[in-house]
Write a protein that binds this ligand. Sequence first.
Ligand code: PMP
Length: 356
Amino acid sequence: MSRVHNFTAGPCTLPTEVLEEVATELTDYAGTGMGLVEMSHRSPVYQELHTRVLQRVREISGASDEFEIILVPGGATMLFSLVPLNLLASGGKGGYMITGSWATKALADGRRAGAEVYTVWDNEGRPEMPPPDVDIEKDTRYVHITTNETIDGVRMIDFPDVDVPLVADMSSEYLARHIPWERMGLVYGGVQKNLAPAGLALVFVRRDLLDDEPLLASATNLGWYVANRSLGNTPPMFQTYLLDKMLAWLERKGGIAGLEKASQEKSSLIYDVIDHSEFYRSSVPAEIRSHTNVVFNLPDENLERKFVGDATNDGLIGLKGHRSVGGIRASLYAGLALESAATLAEWMRAFELNNH
Ligand code: PMP
């Protein structure tokens, strides 16, 4: 079997051993004579898996009992509107830290949903992070942060110090970084980078922040997911199944601490090449560089095109930067082996030598 080194930004590579295990079970899960995705979500076999997933998430994340853990179909974009609709159901405002492309989208969707949301701080497209103390408006119920900006390659090191709960989109470093639960009100992210295939968001929400009976339809009401253990309607079973496998894998890799260390190791290999080169450039200051999305440029766009083309020919794929910013982006999520990052680093050195 030959697998490429896959640096795509999500969906992305999953560990080969996990995919192989799934492949052996696709037609017959746990001796039932059918695949997991073919059985009823009310069956005892699926119920057991579902319960195990929620338990595993709680153990790995270290979330306290104050938090409910729910699985919401659709991904992180779904939460851009569900967060303000639910947390502001009885009034108040949501403040947003604009640190890059995804934070901007989260704010815009809050507005579209008709919620009262505003900008707390804005880096205006520069690779900068907010100062520790920022002023928030009266009646602010939460401050929304994007802990890692997948497109811009910047990472928030210090979470803002505000006296309202934080809401964090952690999509591109989910469970790969310690979460300071005492400061959080809601944490969410699409699972398709570190944890599973696309189509599902994993959400932690502090119970006391949810209204008992908000004027919201079932599927948009986070309390409905809580009340029904995320089984109010037919859930995305394949995603949940893969999530179970990935959580088991993550436990073997040392949980959050293990993943955090692995991301640091992998990204350092690439940043080291950039820092020792006049050819590769990163405009992100070292202290706020992302550990999962390494974004950089070459001297010109022709060379960037050649870089991506040559890399693809050599089995290193998914390196083209996001269409909105161009350049190169190497995404280094949980499933990407250290060996793949080392291969890319070596390959980059050789490319520089041959094209400088
Ligand atoms: N937030 C961040 C930080 C992301 O990286 C992404 C996807 N790349 C999203 C939100 C949107 O996620 P989804 O595609 O799951 O809606």
